[in-house]
Design a protein around this ligand. Sequence first.
Ligand code: ASP
Ligand code: MG
Length: 401
Amino acid sequence: MSLIVQKYGGSSVRDAERVMNVANRIVETYDKGNDVVVVVSAQGDTTDDLIEKAQEINPKASKREMDMLLSSGEQISVSLLAMAIEKIGRPVISLTGWQAGFRTDSKYSAARIHKIDTERLHNELDKRKIIIVAGFQGVNKYDDITTLGRGGSDTSAVALAAALHAEVCEIYTDVDGVFTADPRFVKNAFKLDDISYDEMLELASLGANVLHNRSVELAKKYHVKLAVKSSLSKNEGTYVKEVDQVEKMLVRGVTRDNDCARVALCGIEDTPGKAYRVFALLSQNGISVDLIIQSIGNGEKKDISFTVTESDLDHAVQILEDNQAELKIDSIKTRRDVSKVSIVGAGMVNNAGVATTMFEALYNADINISMIATSEIKISVLVDQKDAERAVVAIHDKFML
Ligand code: ASP
Ligand code: MG
């Protein structure tokens, strides 16, 4: 007998039929003699709908009240799922984040879990109950409800698995696992049997929409074995764990991320400290910068370009314009219609030819690269957004076929 944590995403519980389907799957695991703790997200588009409701009333609502509102989505799904399991006739109890012991910091809408008081959970498990926990939420030291940020139920599930020393944390979604590329537009993309935490972390941060990246960070830190599976099939899924597959496949995934925008600072004074000032200003204002390039200066002027998320673009430009005179920048240019295309694979660490192969694939597809960034296990390029899907297909074909 083992303790298994399962997480079901919003699409897996979007209507009564899907809720019953999930209930049956949970009961199947329970009837094998396992202890089962389940985390669920809000049904379907509930969270988006709630955000819309708030915006109709007050687009600048405080984050505290937004968390109060958004946490209700998960409260609906845990109770409905518990009712479905009652109907099948197994002992079950639904719990909000607070009841399940999730204590977080006070950063509303992006809270971090401090600890989980597992006493209540253990009491219920001792009574052989199936526990259904509301994902994405906890309470802070004032006993106010907080949420963990969009997609945060994955993180709730991994944190529970770590706190309860679960055998495995199964993340159920509407796809069969982690794919080498987005199967919606890459026809020969295929499912990976396993992937390392580091590779998954990169994929999650680079636009593969399978797992919340903080959940992968947590899983790595606490050695939680993750299984990403479909709630609609019985297929094996993908295991995220410590794996040594360096020799098998050089590149494990190709992603694109349309949520980026480029800022070019043209003709900035070529003196020490300018890059420092620019990026210090941005980070002090909570803006993360991704790809960066700086041109060779000519002794007087140089150019610095970088990318930010689209939602940060206006704020970033505002800050730079406010300081344009002091920084001696001739002009600030921006573009939103750019995408970041990346390859990820632990095997590329010791392989010099990978970047060349990626650039060759783009050249053959006649796609222009405007920025490049590399790290040990990933290479990213910035391309025109209209070329992004084609770029992913070309690169995927080159490495995977
Ligand atoms: N319901 C929340 C969201 O839509 C949390 C989650 O689904 O993980 O972001
Ligand atoms: Mg999700």
